[in-house]
Design a protein around this ligand. Structure first.
Ligand SMILES: Cc1ncc(COP(=O)(O)O)c(C=O)c1O
Length: 395
């Protein structure tokens, strides 16, 4: 592949350095687009976007270091590899990649329906549960309408509302991470509620009674985001039949150790699922992720053993962090929310990072800041505790 030498509009030759930036491939690309770049400033490009898009802050996911051996406890991934059946299924599916995938993921829905004891027509597959949350917001919340979420919780919900030019109403949890009375208030403009259960960053759960009461109090769908539910003793699937306003979203990123595969799904009344299909991309899950996810959800023995290990480590980590002087919230998820008011949590986060340990530092104005620490393997948590002890005893 030969590098072509480019000329700018002024006629001057591009320097070697500029050429290495540009990497023109002879015969494939030519220089016109580059000349256009020079004519337009960033501001004149920004004016093409909707005002709301320009104004909004992007959602920032947790850091994903590209190299090195960081101990990653910042995005609630599973520290263990997934069921070996996943790789086998992906390998098999890779021989048919010239075909489009099943647009509605029939094999996955049948397998998941068997595990959850629901009808396959109650399941919609997504490219991660974030995709399901996006489809739901696009389907239910129009411009100027309102989406309600608890505070503090998953920050992506705000972004989804902003993308719709909708309003988001953040209602603070009460001091025990329960729903405050305001969360139940009816409002004509309210079109969707998101409730992560277990919640992030706290790991706490709201009772099934509260969720049923919420669905009875408002005139819009209530989405229970169960991304972390496999680490919790209860879930809301059975509530859907009691009140079809309740929709449950799930992910295979956490308990099934498949964050890299991108697969999630939602469970709802069949009429809701049927209509949501109009909103999703036609092929929103690919053939490899469908095969991997179907294999994963069919291996419930692997899931039970993985969840058991993580819950055991969570208990030990909880006790040790408390012993080190942190206020640790009791968690039903695969992470712990740790705060303390005798030192800067930001500094501690930075010191951990310098020691090769990534945790998530989160600031919630009007609430508190803290560290959300994923439950890693026993070895990772031992390393975290050793470094924590050193840092805390150093001053
Ligand atoms: C509460 C909550 N919901 C949904 C998600 C998204 O998961 P997925 O990887 O399936 O998009 C996350 C990811 O961290 C989360 O914390």
């Amino acid at each position: 592949m030969a590098l072509a030498r480019g000329k700018r509009e002024t006629g001057q030759d591009l320097s070697e350095a500029a050429i290495s930036d540009v990497l023109l491939c002879e015969g494939l690309f030519h220089t016109e687009p580059l000349q256009q770049f020079e004519l337009m400033t960033n501001d004149s490009i920004q004016r093409f976007f909707r005002r709301e898009i320009v104004a909004m802050k992007p959602y920032t996911p947790g850091e994903q270091p590209q190299a090195g051996k960081a101990i990653k406890l910042n995005t609630n991934e599973n520290p263990y590899p997934p069921s070996p059946r996943v790789a086998e299924a992906i390998q098999q599916a890779s021989s048919q990649l010239e075909r489009y995938p099943d647009p509605i993921g029939t094999a996955f829905r049948i397998a998941a329906a068997g595990v959850l004891h629901v009808d396959p027509d109650m399941i919609l597959c997504g490219n991660g549960s974030d995709d399901c949350l996006t489809v739901l917001t696009r389907a239910f919340v129009g411009s100027g309408q309102k989406l309600r979420l608890p505070y503090p919780s998953y920050i992506l919900y705000r972004t989804l509302a902003e993308l719709q030019s909708a309003q988001f109403e953040e209602v603070p949890f009460d001091s025990h991470f329960g729903l405050s009375p305001q969360f139940y208030t009816a409002d004509e403009q309210l079109k969707l509620i998101f409730l992560p259960n277990p919640n992030s960053p706290s790991g706490t759960v709201v009772s099934q009674d509260s969720i049923l009461k919420l669905a009875e109090s408002v005139d819009c769908p209530v989405v229970v985001d169960e991304a972390y539910v496999d680490f919790s003793p209860t879930n809301c699937i059975a509530l859907i039949e009691r009140n079809p306003k309740i929709i449950v979203t799930r992910t295979l990123s956490k308990s099934y150790a498949l964050a890299g595969l991108r697969f999630g799904y939602l469970v709802a009344h069949p009429e809701i699922v049927h209509t949501l299909r109009k909103v999703k991309d036609s092929y929103n899950t690919d053939m490899l992720s469908l095969a991997g996810a179907t294999a994963a959800i069919s291996d419930q023995t692997w899931l039970a053993e993985n969840v058991r290990k993580i819950i055991t480590t969570r208990g030990r980590m909880f006790a040790e962090l408390q012993r080190l002087g942190f206020d640790v919230t009791e968690s039903h998820a695969n992470f712990l929310w740790c705060t303390r008011n005798d030192r800067s949590m930001k500094l501690l986060y930075e010191q951990l990072k310098q020691n090769g340990i990534l945790v998530r530092y989160m600031v919630y104005p009007g609430w508190s800041d803290g560290l959300r620490i994923s439950v890693g393997s026993d070895e990772q948590i031992d390393a975290l505790l050793v470094v924590m002890k050193q840092l805390l005893s150093a001053d």
